[in-house]
Design a protein around this ligand. Structure first.
Ligand code: ADP
Ligand code: MG
Ligand code: ZN
Length: 493
């Protein structure tokens, strides 16, 4: 039953100390499989193409068509969930959640309610310098609906994304602040990207989230009545919903009214929400086992193969960067925000054994160059190997190149590619002490080969390569032949 209330402006900030937020999230992540969940329509391009061009009789709900479960969706989902430490149910079933809405061609959603594919799990993250672990209540697979566009006084429907696979992740009411909730979401995004399960871009609707919130006096164990905001679609909006809804509920309680359990709609432009409908319960959806799909039985080999694809958790990397590599918090955060970037860092550390310099060459030089350049480049798109950056760092650490000059070498690599050693030599940047060592080698070669020197000077210029070879040999092939070339030319005249 809905109660009408008239909120008096008696809200006082001191109540914020007495009442805490209790938040639970339902997150939907679009799995990046090649094809949709139950048919062979393409999945990844579903949103970009012309409306209603990427559909078939299965995903547009023709009554006689039989869905066929996409194995890749199950595999990717399993990888994502296992990254969150879930327990796997070898046998699961699909259920129909029936409701009518114009974007739902089948009039039911194929989901899992009674026996889901996985169970439990948790996500660890860092919230304001504190490591926290948030419990997940359950997770399952389901298919997406189409998309409605309201324009010119009409509503248009596009079924391109109908039948796209979604992983649903439902948390326990474990968050106590907007920061808790948004850091959790960011962590999910990182996990999905690291494991190649989803791009989880909220702007593109690849990750959406329902925010459930109630408030309670800090001393009270029992939870209050919650409201739900559906399909909140940016990290910022999640944060704004939480703070606005908290204040709204506080005002209600302070005016001695009760919070209604309802679904509310958030308007991010005005920063306000309005009641949409009173909360439905499972009964309203007439859930029943999906008769068109057989129970899903996972074989051990299949589970094992998915396990092989697990990668180190982004948060574990972040903690390792802080504790073992002793990086600054901001740097650790920046490097692990993008798994490719942290892979690059990992490789650089492996080659240089110098985490601090590896970090600073990435963050202060490479990323700055990428930012300055007009092209939208990723660290993995650079046209020189990570080995070259490692070589620059190693040269600096061996006192063969100054820090100042090293920047010029990286810039040259960035602009024209090539090899670090070649650039250092071409630009005569190898440090003095080494030049002396090289000159000493060349002098030695000249002294030891006087006959050949005479030959070269008087009639046989072809013999020049011989001196280069001798110098290389004497230097144990540690140096670039080009530099010997230069030196020998100078000395032999
Ligand atoms: P449904 O939306 O189908 O009713 P649940 O009852 O399991 O599903 O809850 C959905 C979400 O609401 C979960 O994320 C859960 O953590 C959260 N939730 C449940 N009770 C509360 C509460 N009192 N306050 C805040 N969040 C809650
Ligand atoms: Mg719900
Ligand atoms: Zn289809």
């Amino acid at each position: 039953m809905l109660k009408r209330y008239n909120i008096t402006e008696t809200y006082t900030p001191h109540m914020e100390q007495e009442y805490e937020k209790v938040i639970g999230l339902e997150v939907h992540v679009r799995v990046k499989s090649q094809t949709k969940m139950f048919c062979s329509c393409r999945n990844a391009v579903a949103l970009a193409s012309e409306p209603n061009t990427n559909i078939c009789s299965i995903c547009s709900g023709f009554p006689w068509m039989l869905p066929q479960l996409n194995k890749e969706v199950v595999r990717l989902g399993l990888i994502g969930w296992m990254m969150m430490g879930c327990e796997v149910n070898k046998t699961s079933r699909f259920d129909r959640k029936s409701y009518y809405y114009p974007d739902l061609p089948t009039s039911f959603q194929t989901t899992q309610l009674f026996e889901t594919i996985v169970w439990k799990g948790s996500v660890k993250t860092i919230v304001n310098w504190e490591t926290k672990e948030f419990g997940i209540h359950h997770m399952h697979l389901e298919n997406d609906a189409g998309k409605l566009t309201h324009a010119w006084g009409k509503t248009l429907v596009d079924f391109n994304r109908a039948g796209s696979p979604l992983m649903e992740i439902v948390t326990d009411p474990v968050f106590r602040s907007a920061d808790d909730a948004t850091e959790f979401l960011r962590e999910i995004q990182k996990i999905m990207r690291a494991a190649w399960v989803s791009d989880a871009d909220m702007d593109k609707g690849q990750m959406r989230c329902d925010v459930n919130l109630s408030i309670r006096p800090t001393w009270q164990e029992e939870f209050g009545t919650r409201t739900e905001h559906k399909n909140v679609n940016s990290f910022g909006a999640v944060s704004r919903v939480i703070n606005a809804e908290y204040k709204r509920q506080l005002k209600i309680i302070q005016s001695w009214w009760e919070v209604d359990q309802e679904t509310r709609w958030w308007d991010d432009d005005t920063g306000t929400s309005t009641s949409q409908r009173s909360k439905e319960n499972a009964m309203d959806y007439r859930y029943f086992p999906e008769p068109d799909i057989l129970p899903l039985v996972l074989e051990d080999d299949f589970i094992q193969a998915a396990k092989q694809k697990l990668v180190e958790l982004p948060v574990e990397r972040r903690i390792r960067y802080l504790d073992i590599h002793k990086l600054q918090e901001d740097d650790a955060r920046l490097l692990t925000a993008d798994y490719e970037l942290s892979n690059y860092f990992e490789k650089l550390v492996e080659l240089t054994k110098d985490p601090k310099k590896s970090c600073s060459y990435i963050t202060t030089i490479l990323l700055a160059l990428i930012k300055e350049s007009d092209e939208e480049k990723n660290i993995s798109d650079l046209w020189f190997d990570v080995e070259e950056v490692a070589q620059v760092i190693n040269l600096v650490n061996n006192d063969e190149l100054s820090s100042t000059n090293s920047k010029a070498v990286i810039e040259e690599l960035f602009n024209n590619g090539g090899k670090a050693d070649d650039i250092v030599d071409a630009k005569w940047l190898r440090q003095k002490n080494d030049m002396w060592a090289l000159e000493a080698i060349v002098d030695q070669v000249i002294e030891d080969n006087q006959t050949q020197v005479e030959q070269y000077k008087w009639w046989n210029e072809n013999i020049f390569g011989y001196f280069v070879g001798q110098s290389m040999k004497l230097s144990k092939w540690q140096w670039n032949p080009k530099i010997f070339n230069e030196l020998l030319k100078k000395k032999l005249g």
